[in-house]
Write a protein that binds this ligand. Structure first.
Ligand code: ATP
Length: 364
């Protein structure tokens, strides 16, 4: 990752109110030069509002936006340096693809031949060199979005803003295009902010993810940090699958679940505090019928439903300490075969202490 003195965009104490409703509450965030950052969060958490404030499309109620060392907080969009792509491709239907891409270039002092050369270069860059004379309606959704991308980067802006650019496309095209966006972003080295509610997209694309909830930032981190070291139950639950088990803190590195004490990651809860112990399905280790001799953090559970999901088996595990709640575990095809796991059998599993996280319960 780039050093901290390489900040390109700095957001300081940003608030946005719509009437009485606070859509953004004291957001501060630094984005480094050349970084690809995803704003991720549930619907209504303020992702788009934050993106629009960066662009100046909606002015913040309070706070500062510094871009490339310059305070742009009160500048209109036309005086800021960015390209933007929206969910709906927003191409001009009555203009050819070439003219669509050339649109932003017409207002610069480039000559006609220069504009034509730049348009050809951009068409090449987004992999559609033959399509310039067509109209938007003659292209597929994915192709139109590539043209929207070409148009956004035509003037070589310092900042590229992408507002859910892939969500109108079907799943296959989405995956394909997200690789293209990443390649293009790397090639150009342009600082990029992308709004998405799709966690897989954020994990696959981002250098860093900003997880938002209810107008605030919950966590900023690399995809690995966000997934492996979630800062709160909200982040843990929002990204990926997570088992949540009602527990009580037992010591600084253990929890009590239904009378059983299990070693956990270290935590700062006082003994007896109500907590949620959490573990990802892929972190549960199957040991088959036999409990290993060093039986720390192992439980004998009853194997419930097993679902074959192609790359692995999703298994539902039952134990009296979980009550009605079933633990979800993802076991490899190899482990299921080797340990002869089957529905209805009693098996031994391990919840590794290093993977057993402890969180404050969600507010009721
Ligand atoms: P989504 O993924 O659904 O687009 P989001 O995280 O991008 O969600 P925003 O569009 O930023 O959410 O909206 C944040 C909150 O601000 C929402 O509760 C929304 O209803 C509210 N909001 C957004 N724009 C306005 C507006 N112009 N007037 C009033 N409320 C608004």
């Amino acid at each position: 990752m780039k050093p901290a003195d390489n900040v390109y965009l700095s957001i300081r104490n940003l608030w946005k109110a719509f009437g009485d409703f606070l859509a953004l509450k004291d957001i501060s965030l630094d984005i480094n030069d050349g970084e690809l950052v995803c704003f991720l969060g549930p619907s209504g958490c303020g992702k788009t509002t934050l993106l629009r404030a960066i662009a100046g499309l909606d002015l913040q109620t309070r706070g500062t936006v510094i871009q490339d060392g310059k305070d742009v907080s009160n500048l209109p969009p036309s005086m800021r340096d960015f390209g933007i792509v929206f969910q709906s491709y927003a191409l001009f239907p009555n203009l050819t693809i070439e003219k669509n891409i050339a649109f932003g270039l017409e207002n610069t002092n480039r000559s006609k031949p220069e504009i034509n050369a730049r348009v050809a270069e951009l068409l090449e860059l987004v992999g559609l060199p033959e399509q310039g004379s067509k109209y938007p309606a003659q292209l597929s959704g994915g192709q139109q979005q590539r043209i929207a991308l070409a148009r956004a980067i035509a003037t070589s802006p310092g900042l590229l803003l992408l507002d859910e650019p892939l969500s109108a496309l079907d799943a296959k095209v989405r995956v394909y295009l997200r690789h293209e966006i990443k390649d293009l972003q790397r090639k150009l080295g342009v600082t990029t902010v992308m709004v998405t509610h799709d966690q897989e997209e954020a994990l696959a694309l981002a250098d860093r993810i900003v997880v938002m909830d209810q107008g605030t930032i919950e966590q900023v981190g690399t995809p690995t940090q966000i997934y492996r070291e979630p800062a709160s139950l909200f982040v843990a639950d929002f990204i990926g699958e997570m088992n949540q088990i009602t527990a009580a803190a037992a010591s600084p590195d253990s929890v009590s679940i239904g009378g059983r004490t299990l070693t956990s990651r270290s935590h700062s809860f006082v003994k007896g505090a109500g907590v949620i112990a959490a573990i990802r399905p892929e972190d549960i280790i199957p040991h088959g019928k036999d409990t290993p001799a060093d039986a720390a953090n192992t439980l004998t559970v009853r194997m419930g439903d097993m679902e074959f999901l192609g790359a692995f088996w999703r298994c539902r595990l039952q134990h009296e300490i979980f009550g009605e709640h079933e633990l979800i575990a993802d076991f490899s095809i190899n482990a299921v075969r080797r340990l002869d796991l089957a529905e209805g059998r009693d098996i031994s599993i391990e919840l590794p202490a290093s993977r057993l996280m402890v969180f404050t319960p969600a507010e009721a």
